[in-house]
Design a protein around this ligand. Structure first.
Ligand SMILES: Cc1cc2nc3c(=O)[nH]c(=O)nc-3n(C[C@H](O)[C@H](O)[C@H](O)COP(=O)(O)O)c2cc1C
Length: 127
């Protein structure tokens, strides 16, 4: 991740050393890192957005499974996520999408508290 970041951003003249160091060291704090990708249906029978949504649903299930086992999880889309040149490393073609990385590990501290607003703030009931 860090090497590709360095190569691509240096070529474009936007290399940031702090970001490079972060990409080199931070993922190693996780026990496991799973890359998240969307493989586009070859015949493009579905709208692309629905394939992305399906991946997000799968990731949510992975998060819930991890939580059930006491494993912390976090989906991040930083670093090289949207770099076109990162795709081949993950077996993704031009029409596929790299959507980020799931970081997994046992939390060092107590289980973190969510900061969500009440569901009532997000739902409008129409009668
Ligand atoms: C597609 C996607 C990408 C995300 N990328 C980042 C990210 O790059 N950095 C970040 O701090 N949070 C990112 N998040 C948010 C975290 O994954 C997580 O949802 C957030 O910390 C809230 O967690 P909680 O809802 O369990 O409290 C992303 C979430 C999604 C759905």
């Amino acid at each position: 991740m860090a090497d590709l970041y360095k190569k691509s951003t240096s070529e474009k003249g936007v290399f940031n050393k702090n970001k490079f160091e972060m990409l080199k060291n931070k993922p190693c704090l996780a026990s496991h890192v799973i890359s998240i990708g969307m493989k586009r249906d070859e015949k493009e029978r579905l709208p692309e957005i629905e394939e992305v949504e399906a991946v997000a649903c799968a990731v949510q299930n992975m998060c819930l499974t991890a939580t059930a086992y006491g494993v912390g999880s976090y989906w991040g889309s930083g670093g090289i996520t949207y770099f076109e040149e990162a795709k081949p490393f993950f077996g993704l073609g031009p029409k596929d999408k790299l959507l980020g990385f799931m970081f997994l590990g046992y939390p060092k501290s107590d289980w973190p508290e969510g900061k969500r607003k009440p569901i009532g703030d997000k739902v409008s009931w129409v009668e």
